[in-house]
Design a protein around this ligand. Structure first.
Ligand code: FAD
Length: 513
């Protein structure tokens, strides 16, 4: 009989109570409900050789954000008469063990579209079906089920935003009800499972980092942030992404909801519905691709492309990715990664990335273009890896998709349009306040030199306490020369791609938003 059934709700992303169909289903007719989170070594295994401590895949900022999100979830569960249980190990082994121990007949978890979850979830479903356990795994991380869109498009993901929009239609609505209570845990849970570890307990050696990202994890924080955003209906309805300022850091120019969407502390469907409500209240609002709702649809676009493209995270074997003979230059890569390029705009962004785990979209454009087709001609996969590690919003589909975009490997092909590492930032922030904040070594450099400090006369450098070549590096490349060389190589690579196969995708030459 259903009322005597024990169920597990397994959290991976989707770290929230609101709009959570797995939780809604799991709590129905369960005698005992075990909410669990598994500390998965795939994501969390320590990598002490890494350039900053953390796991093999994630820097400490994101791990800390995740732990904060788990604390928030646990305190919500406590209010609902339950607790979050935290386990450690390979998910398949852990699940097999506890399903048996707790006599579980139903396993619920959010559907995962990424390759890691596709493989893992297949193993878990096979195990469950052999063990007579029901699996419920609904799509709730995205507005749409990427598989539906791909099917509507004849089996392939749409590769332009406009064609994506035409296929997409209206997304499904969030779950209407709010959870007011949860079935209790069984009395056979280990006491040890009731604690969320501190970051110092995860084996990353001495966690020297004292300060973590200013953005705190958790559903409570996500909903608070969303509420703040929605309060200003004019701002929401006039939002135009390309007009937002990448150098704004005291108050970022966009929502900074990305880390909350990444971990599912905020439901994209709920966010979408709230935006719809604001739009209904105002006379006029902006539209995709530049509107705020348009940003959420970019997320869907990349999720769909990532789901339907084998080897989406690689150049080789990826049918939508141009084959480009990128250079392999470790010293240049390290200079970029460690904020030592000698271009203050680029280096300040890389410092913000490391400290905050979040940078503005156009800041991402600047450093991604610089690393790849703009100046250094280094493989986008290398830059992707650095972002994947340092971003608190690091997201498999969005990160890979945008790196291909910025490197003109896919989606966008105007390789002649290169961001200047000197004049682009200056347009927004002529005084260089952003640079002064994140690169204090340049804080006394006069505004007229701050974007190109190597051009300052020695007397000026001396007065500013910053001698170029000693206190701050000289530029690693000459932008004028390097960018011309990059364009030439891109031209050659494009010609070869055209010749060598019919696989080159004719994308729409659209400007990114
Ligand atoms: P808002 O402008 O407030 O947008 C709201 C939400 O829409 C975002 O939270 C995000 O979920 C979504 N969104 C916005 N822009 C995009 C976009 N271009 N593509 C897809 N979704 C978008 N975003 C990530 O979430 N994770 C990543 O790993 C990531 N890697 C990126 C790598 C590169 C090289 C570039 C150029 C962009 C990347 N982005 C990534 C996209 C984008 O820069 C961020 O989503 C955005 O800056 C987050 O800030 P926000 O929440 O204030 O955005």
């Amino acid at each position: 009989p259903p009322s005597s059934m024990n169920s597990i709700i397994w959290f991976r992303k989707g770290l929230r109570i609101h709009d959570n169909p797995s939780l809604e289903y799991a709590r129905k007719d369960s005698k005992h409900l075990y909410p669990i989170f598994i500390l998965d070594p795939y994501y969390l295994k320590p990598d002490l050789s890494a350039f900053s401590t953390g796991s093999t895949r994630s820097g400490l900022n994101r791990i800390q954000f995740m732990l904060e999100s788990l604390h928030d979830l646990d305190s919500s569960f406590t209010k609902l008469g339950s607790r979050l249980l935290v386990l450690n190990g390979d998910p398949l082994q852990v699940l097999a063990r506890i399903c048996k121990e707790w006599d579980v007949k139903r396993l619920c978890f959010e559907y995962g579209t990424e390759p890691y979850y596709q493989t893992l979830d297949k193993q878990i479903k096979d195990y469950a079906s052999a063990a007579g356990i029901e699996v419920y795994s609904p799509v709730s991380h995205t507005l749409f089920n990427p598989a539906d869109i791909i099917q509507k498009n004849g089996g392939k993901p749409p590769l332009s935003y406009q064609s994506f929009l035409k296929l997409a239609g209206e997304p499904s609505l969030p779950v209407a009800s709010t959870v007011s209570s949860l079935p209790p845990l069984g009395n056979n849970v280990d006491y040890e499972m009731l604690g969320i570890p501190a970051i110092k307990e995860l084996g990353y050696g001495d966690v020297l980092q004292e300060e973590f990202s200013p953005f705190k994890g958790g559903e409570t924080e996500a909903l608070k942030r969303l509420k703040e955003v929605l309060k200003d209906e004019q701002w929401v309805s006039n939002f135009e992404k390309p007009k937002t300022d990448p150098s704004a850091f005291l108050k970022p120019a966009t929502t900074v909801l990305s880390p909350y969407l990444k971990f599912g502390c905020l439901s994209s469907r709920y966010f979408y519905q709230c935006l719809n409500d604001v739009y209904k209240n105002v006379k006029k609002h902006t539209s995709p691709p530049v509107s705020l709702m348009g940003q959420l649809l970019w997320r869907e676009f990349f999720y769909t492309a990532g789901f339907g493209t084998p080897n989406f995270d690689l150049m080789i074997g990826n049918r939508i990715c141009k084959q480009i003979p990128w250079n392999d230059d470790e010293a240049l890569l390290v200079a970029w990664r460690d904020a030592q390029t000698g271009y203050p705009w680029i280096d300040a962004i890389m410092v913000q990335l490391r400290k905050w785990g979040w940078i503005h979209h156009l800041a991402r454009h600047s450093v991604a273009c610089f690393l790849t087709r703009g100046d250094l001609f280094i493989h986008w996969e290398r830059g992707r890896d650095v972002f994947e590690r340092l971003l608190i919003d690091s997201d498999w589909a969005i990160n890979n998709g945008n790196w291909m975009w910025l490197s003109c490997s896919s989606f966008f092909y105007q390789y002649n349009r290169i961001y200047s590492p000197i004049s682009f930032g200056k347009k927004y922030d002529p005084k260089g306040n952003y640079i002064r904040h994140f690169l204090p070594v340049l804080k006394d450099m006069p505004a007229e030199y701050i974007y190109a400090p190597w051009t300052a006369p020695l007397a000026v450098q001396t007065k500013a306490n910053c001698i170029i070549g000693r206190d701050y590096p000289r530029p690693v490349v000459n932008h004028d020369i390097a960018s011309k060389e990059c364009k030439r190589k891109m031209g050659e690579a494009y010609a070869l791609n055209r010749q060598s196969n019919g696989l080159v995708i004719r994308g729409e030459h659209k400007k990114n938003s």
